[in-house]
Write a protein that binds this ligand. Structure first.
Ligand code: B1M
Length: 214
């Protein structure tokens, strides 16, 4: 297979051998970010479709996710970095949800563009997120979640922020495959007393941070 198709295949097949050599060769031709966006994420999309249609079993999805993470870790040091001290984002995958590839991409993109990102990891209850936000003097909170049930958790989290009187203190960014823009910008926005915004991808997350800090 040609190089870029092979990279995509490696994600789908969960095949790690030779991965780094292929990534190094790919970086001769395009930027690390382009490789992630055009090739690696295309592979994850295939994985999601195969899993969703019952053609791929969970352990293989996990292997694909591990190869994806190794690939991103290999590319990350080669990414352009700019700015510093623009503000602090506390970022987490919500309670009950283990998906973290998207969240970690948000971390990389936002921190490479001058923000301090406190990445709390997966399955984070709102109490832990709010404690961390306070401790780090966060300028915004980012929550990620891929399960449909995570969209409900996000709603509960916003309600909890309302009841603790913290809605005005922290603007909230939400992202993840199960969310829709209209759910966030209509339903959740109506419920939340502060600012809640939807980010379709990591770059929109960065743009929203820039607009919050402007
Ligand atoms: Co799971 N999984 N999974 N899974 N998994 C999905 C989400 C699913 C859609 C697959 C499917 O059925 N087609 C489905 C959810 C269905 C639903 O809720 N309706 C699903 C399921 C069912 C499950 C389990 C329940 C399976 C089981 O156990 N029977 C289980 C859940 C466990 C749990 O969370 N409690 C489970 C487990 C797993 C693995 C562990 C095997 C693995 C995760 C490994 C890991 O993350 N470390 C996994 C994977 C890999 C997937 C799919 C295939 C790929 C997800 C991914 O990494 N995509 C996924 C299929 C899909 O999403 N269509 C699926 C690439 C990633 C870059 O995209 O995270 O969407 P994403 O991030 C994007 C944007 O959404 C956005 O930016 C990124 C791009 O720039 N974004 C943000 C995300 N967060 C953001 C935050 C922001 C801003 C932007 O600001 C705060």
């Amino acid at each position: 297979l040609p190089l870029f198709e092979r990279l995509q295949r490696r994600i789908v097949d969960g095949e790690r051998g030779g991965l780094e050599d292929d990534l190094d060769a790919a970086m001769q031709q395009k930027s690390p970010l382009a490789i992630i966006n055009e090739d690696l994420l295309a592979g994850m999309k295939v994985v999601g479709d195969l899993f969703g249609s019952g053609q791929m079993q969970l352990p293989f999805v996990l292997q694909s996710a591990e190869v994806m993470k190794s690939a991103v870790a290999h590319l990350e040091p080669h990414m352009e970095k700019s700015g510093s001290g623009k503000g602090t984002l506390v970022l987490a995958t919500v309670k009950g949800d283990v998906h973290d590839i998207g969240k970690n991409l948000v971390d990389i993109i936002v921190s490479n563009n001058g923000y301090n990102v406190v990445n709390l990891g997966i399955k984070q209850p709102i109490g832990a997120i709010l404690d961390s936000a306070e401790r780090h003097g966060a300028d915004a909170i980012g929550m990620s979640g891929l399960l449909v049930k995570s969209t409900v958790i996000m709603k509960e989290n916003l309600a909890e922020m309302n009841s603790r009187g913290l809605s005005d203190r922290y603007p909230v960014l939400l992202g993840g495959a199960a969310l829709t823009r209209s759910y966030v910008e209509n339903d959740l926005d109506e419920l939340f007393h502060g600012e809640v915004r939807y980010a379709r991808d990591a770059f929109e997350g960065l743009r929203l941070m820039d607009s919050i800090m402007a």
